[in-house]
Ligand binder design. Structure first.
Ligand code: GLC
Length: 460
């Protein structure tokens, strides 16, 4: 017989566990995977580091942000005008893929359906799709084929939110939501999220069976009132994993208290201060970023980042062990607008000569301190350290404590030797000899003609 105090303690433990959802967190049988298996599954992704996000839908026509329907409270009837006119006559996915490839991007993620609910493929489950617009043809298949032909992997973005589906229950995110909560509640009695859950599964089944191997899935997103129960997240993910066992899935299904319900974290329009951690452990992460303040094509948005800023963003992300998913919002004619093209070209110019400091790279070991105005990345396989010099110094780059740690230094863009000395300074009229462990790199006075010069150290 259990003493009653023990019984009571046991009972409260069960209650606490239930409250904390501990049982829900248990790894289901279908999600069994060792950390090593997960690392292997994600190996291409952690190697490739740089992807292209594409936000494209009817919202390219108003060209005032992809949330325009919500922001401007456009009724479904009014929003239909875009649907009845959408005709991206200049759509040329080969050109998109060419630009992405030149920019050095290794994977792409396309919005198959955004919050507006419009589908870019010929889905059987709604009439609100590309084949019913004047354009009349599936956009996803030619896109997937064109990017694959350039060796670029394929990711699908799929919006969990749906402003068009008649069973998606109304909430504050919805454009035609009646402001009056009583009216909203009344309308919601006619809506059945179970029907919508099935719709999502049916559509994901199409997307994950009709286009070959899909490498990444970006589901977007959960918030107060819409989460794991409303989406039926666990079963949705189960289906995804069954259909595409190797797929890499983001973290927006509201399963973040588990270690099996997501593969990577997604800081959005935000650069974390350090490698993203969960429960104190470094985890895979990918920051998604826009060129300007909008994901969808926004004609009048003028806060475009410079090429220099974008290159730094990529380097900084990799220097903290992350991936960068950089977004283009194509126009309603089907092109990348020239501001986007110019930036992709600028990044590509830099990547062409310097991608060795990005692909296969990660955060540098803590034993290498960061020189002033520099960012470090590191390739553990080739044992090379990359010093990205953000602001050009005068002749000397001081490397504290680097003595004996590397045997050769060169610029990455032209493979030209960089001489170095230790103690740090010698010769007449210099004021210091430095610490015994320091090294000074002897740089040219004039900054080389690359946006961000990179120095490659071949380590001992
Ligand atoms: C947000 C926005 C959305 C965009 C996404 C990209 O969740 O709702 O418009 O697609 O971020 O991560």
């Amino acid at each position: 017989m259990m003493p009653s105090i023990v019984k009571r303690m046991f009972a409260s433990l069960v209650v606490i566990c239930l409250l904390k959802g501990t049982f829900a967190q248990q790894r289901p049988a279908w999600a069994k995977e060792t950390p090593e298996q997960k690392e292997k599954r994600m190996a291409w992704w952690t190697n490739d580091r740089f992807g292209l996000f594409i936000h494209w839908g009817l919202y390219a026509m108003p060209a005032r942000h992809e949330w325009v329907q919500h922001y401007e409270k456009i009724s479904p009837e009014n929003y239909r005008k875009y649907f009845s006119l959408f005709n991206p006559d200049m759509f040329d996915p080969k050109e998109w893929a060419r630009q992405a490839k030149l920019a050095g991007m290794k994977y792409m993620v396309i919005t198959t359906k955004h919050h507006e609910g419009f589908c870019l493929w010929d889905t059987k489950f709604t009439e609100y799709k590309i084949t019913n617009t004047p354009y009349g043809k599936d956009l996803i298949k030619p896109m997937v084929e064109a990017f694959r032909a350039e060796g670029i992997r394929i990711g699908f973005y799929y919006s969990l939110i749906d402003w068009n589906h008649p069973h998606f229950s109304l909430d504050g995110s919805h454009p035609p939501t009646p402001a009056d909560p009583a009216k909203r509640a009344e309308e919601n009695t006619k809506r059945d999220m179970k029907v919508y859950q099935q719709y999502m599964k049916d559509q994901l089944r199409e997307l994950l069976t009709q286009y070959g191997k899909i490498d990444e899935l970006f589901l977007d997103f959960s918030y107060n009132g819409k989460g794991r129960n409303e989406w039926d997240s666990e079963n949705l993910l189960k289906l995804v994993r069954q259909l595409q066992p190797q797929i890499i899935v983001n973290d927006r299904l509201d399963l973040n208290d588990t270690d099996w319900g997501w593969d990577y974290k997604t800081p959005e329009q935000f650069i974390p201060s350090e490698w993203v951690k969960v429960n104190g452990k470094k985890v895979p992460w990918e920051t998604c970023q826009t060129f300007s303040g909008s994901w969808g094509y926004h004609r009048d948005e003028n806060t475009w980042k410079s090429v220099n800023q974008l290159i730094l963003m990529l380097i900084e992300t990799v220097s903290k062990g992350g991936n960068l998913l950089l977004n283009v919002g194509p126009t309603a004619r089907g092109n990348f607008d020239e501001r986007a093209t110019e930036r992709l070209e600028g990044i590509g110019k830099w990547m062409r000569y310097n991608n060795r400091s990005i692909y296969g790279c990660t955060e540098a070991p803590a034993t290498f301190s960061k020189p002033p105005n520099c960012l470090l990345t590191y390739n553990a396989t080739t044992k090379r350290l990359y010093i990205h010099v953000l602001q050009w110094p005068f002749k000397s780059l001081h490397l504290p404590g680097y003595k004996g740690k590397f045997r050769y230094a060169q610029f990455l863009h032209d493979g030209s030797e960089i001489r170095f000395s230790s103690p740090a300074a010698s010769g007449s009229h210099t004021t210091e000899t430095g610490n015994a462990g320091d090294v000074v790199l002897q740089l040219p006075v004039v900054k080389p003609g690359v946006e961000v010069p990179v120095i490659e150290l071949i380590l001992e």
